[in-house]
Write a protein that binds this ligand. Structure first.
Ligand SMILES: C[S@@+](CC[C@H](N)C(=O)[O-])C[C@H]1O[C@@H](n2cnc3c(N)ncnc32)[C@H](O)[C@@H]1O
Length: 295
C-alpha cells in the first residue's frame, strides 16, 4: 500500500491514503514478522508511536510501502537493527523532572537509610543520565556504598554509551540547573572531568552500577529490589502491555518497595492501582502494599 505525503494528518508527514484497516493489517504483519524473526515484541506498543516511527523509516530509506519495509527487515539483519534504533526513543537528561528527585530525597531516602543493603532497578535507562543522577544523589546521602543499581535497557547501543559515562559539554548548563533544583548539595561539575568538548563522570559512581540488557516485554523479573525507577518508558506501550510491565515490577519489588514512574505515567486505570499506596501524586511515587505469607 502506498504512503503519501500530507501535512494535515496526525503529527506524521506521511499517512496511508485510503483504507485505514489495510494499514493496520500491514503494521500488524510487520510486527509479527519482527517478533518471529528477531524475538523483539512490539505488538503491544502504542500504534501512534509505531506509525510515526515506521513513517520516518519509510521516508529516510525511500521505501514506498510497509510490505517492502517488512521484506527488507526480514532479509537484512543490519537494516533491522537500524529500524530498532528508530523504535527505541532514547531522549533523556540528567535530573530530568528535578522535582521527582527532590521528592525522592524527601520521602524515599529516609526509608532506604534504614536498610543495610539497597537494591535498585532503573528500567529503560537509555544512555544512563538518569542512572548517574541517582548515583550522585545516593552518594550525597551516604548510601551509594551500600547500594547495588541495576540499570537496564533493550537497546545495546545506548547501554554501551551508558557504560562510558561520557556526555556532551553542551548539556551541562541544563543538567547543572536541574541538579540544583533536585536539591543537589555540591556542584554537578564536582562529579565529572571535562575534556575536548565532553565530560566524563567519575568512575567511583559506576562502581555500584551494573548495566544490563533486559527487555521489559519478553524478559523476566528481578527479585527483591527495594526500588524501581521506570520513567518515560510506559508512554510507548498500550494499556495491556503497561499492565504486564507493572505486574513484572510488582513481582520484582520487596514488600513496601518503591516504584517511581515520573511525571508522565501513572498507575491509574491499571490492574495494580490497589496494590500500591501513593506516596507522591505529582512525581508518581508509589509503595507496594505488603503481601504477608500465610504460614
Ligand atoms: C525515553 S527513554 C527514557 C530514559 C530515562 N528513563 C528517562 O526518563 O530519561 C525510553 C527508553 O526505554 C527503552 N525501552 C523501550 N522499550 C523497552 C523494552 N521493551 N525493554 C527495555 N527498555 C525499553 C528505550 O530503549 C529507551 O532507552
Amino acid at each position: 500500500m502506498q504512503w503519501e505525503k500530507n501535512n494535515h494528518k496526525e503529527s506524521s508527514p506521511f499517512f496511508y491514503e485510503g483504507d485505514n484497516d489495510l494499514m493496520n493489517i500491514e503494521v500488524r504483519l510487520l510486527l509479527e514478522a519482527i517478533y518471529l524473526r528477531y524475538g523483539y515484541d512490539f505488538r503491544h506498543y502504542s500504534k501512534a508511536h509505531l506509525k510515526r516511527r515506521i513513517s520516518h523509516r519509510l521516508s529516510i530509506s525511500h521505501i514506498k510501502t510497509i510490505s517492502q519495509l517488512q521484506d527488507k527487515i526480514l532479509w537484512d539483519r543490519q537494516f533491522f537493527f537500524e529500524f530498532l534504533e528508530d523504535l527505541s526513543i532514547n531522549v533523556t537528561e540528567m535530573f530530568r523532572d528535578p522535582e521527582c528527585f527532590l521528592e525522592f530525597r524527601k520521602s524515599i531516602i529516609p526509608v532506604l537509610s534504614t536498610y543495610a543493603f539497597i537494591k535498585i532497578w532503573i528500567a529503560g535507562c537509555a544512555t544512563g543520565e538518569e542512572v548517574y543522577s541517582l548515583a550522585i544523589l545516593l552518594e550525597e546521602e551516604n548510601l551509594l556504598n551500600r547500594t547495588q543499581i541495576y540499570a537496564t535497557d533493550f537497546n545495546k547501543n545506548v547501554l554501551n554509551a551508558a557504560r562510558q559515562g561520557i556526555y556532551s559539554n553542551q548539556n551541562m548548563d541544563l543538567y547543572s540547573r536541574n541538579y540544583k533544583k533536585a536539591g543537589g548539595k555540591k556542584e554537578l561539575s564536582d562529579y565529572y572531568t571535562s575534556k575536548y568538548g565532553s565530560v566524563i563522570f567519575d568512575k567511583s559512581l559506576i562502581k555500584r552500577i551494573v548495566f544490563a540488557d533486559h527487555n521489559l516485554v519478553t524478559d523476566s523479573v528481578f527479585s527483591e529490589v527495594h526500588l524501581i525507577s521506570c520513567r518515560n518508558v510506559l508512554i510507548y506501550f498500550e494499556k495491556k502491555l503497561q499492565n504486564h510491565v507493572i505486574g513484572l515490577f510488582h513481582k520484582s519489588l520487596s514488600n513496601k518497595g518503591f516504584l517511581c514512574l515520573g511525571t508522565k505515567e501513572s498507575l491509574r486505570f491499571t490492574n495494580y492501582e490497589d496494590k500500591f499506596t501513593t506516596i507522591d501524586e505529582k512525581a508518581k511515587i508509589y509503595r507496594k502494599k505488603p503481601i504477608y505469607s500465610k504460614k
